[in-house]
Design a protein. Structure first.
Length: 285
């Protein structure tokens, strides 16, 4: 009997050669370079879209707060770094901050949200004679050329929760907001001044007291290097009309009957009252 032995031939699997590995690494490196090159562009686009969304939401928030004459938004002191008001002939201006002023400080104290809205609602042609006092209001444009330049530096109100923290205050997204409030102009405003100026009728005076244009200009982002503030190239403008009277109020005295701040025609804090209208007899010619 013959025995037959069976032999199993082991199967040998060949691996990649060095040349193949080098080619694979070269292809992967080209793909990674393309991805890494596009990544910063995508990050910048995402950042720009996020900032644009914040500006749109904050713009609507500020516009509605000013239009309604809001007085209870005390959380605004957590977002407003300062409000600065300069006049055409007084570039030294007045600076307001939500930090109590100590002796030697060059700013005034913003006590709450009412003060912030009150200053941002000040008409550009209001005759500001001190940090908290105006004169000759209500008035029409006298052609003096004096205008108030009102701007504020604001940390994003609708930004991420991280930006709201105190430790992130210096790194949070900030923007500059410029507020311009003007009575609605008519053809009589462009007819000259002095003797050549026509008599302003009661209808036109009523418009000036009760119809206003609000313009909010947002510029971002805001950087600060070595104590100097720099604003980026981005800009967006919001406009709205308000039908109602614009009244000055004191922020240190309230009416015991109504609970509202007392009216004072010399106060620098202005508030819109959309549901009330003023009579034209108080407007100067």
């Amino acid at each position: 009997m013959k025995l037959i032995r069976s032999y199993r031939r082991s199967q040998v699997e060949d691996g990649f050669t060095m040349i193949e590995l080098v080619l694979c690494l070269g292809i992967i490196s080209f793909a990674l370079i393309a991805i890494i090159g596009v990544l910063p562009v995508g990050i910048n686009v995402q950042k720009d879209n996020r900032e644009e969304t914040i500006i749109v939401q904050d713009g609507m928030y500020w516009m509605e707060a000013i239009r309604s004459g809001a007085t209870g938004l005390d959380n605004l002191t957590n977002h407003v770094d300062y409000i600065r008001i300069d006049e055409t002939s007084n570039r030294a201006g007045y600076r307001w901050e939500p930090v109590p002023a100590s002796p030697g400080d060059n700013h005034l104290f913003l006590p709450g949200g009412a003060a912030i809205i009150g200053l941002l609602s000040m008409p550009v042609q209001a005759d500001l004679v001190g940090p908290v006092q105006v004169k000759n209001w209500p008035q029409i444009d006298t052609g003096s050329g004096e205008y108030n330049y009102i701007r504020a530096k604001v940390r994003a109100i609708t930004g991420s929760a991280v930006d709201q923290a105190e430790f992130a205050r210096d790194l949070a997204f900030s923007y500059r907001m410029t507020s311009e409030v003007r009575p609605v102009r008519t053809v009589e405003d462009w007819s000259g001044y002095g003797e050549r100026r026509p008599v302003v009728g009661n209808i036109n005076k009523f418009r000036k007291l009760n119809f206003y244009e609000i313009k909010l200009t947002f510029e971002w982002p805001v950087f600060e290097f070595d104590g100097e503030e720099t604003v980026g190239p981005n800009r967006r403008v919001f406009r709205s009309m308000v039908a109602g009277r614009l009244v000055n109020r004191e922020l240190n005295r309230k009416d015991s009957a109504t609970g509202q701040w007392l009216e004072n025609p010399n106060s620098a804090f202005f508030f819109f009252e959309p549901l009330k209208f003023s009579t034209p007899k108080y407007v100067a010619q």
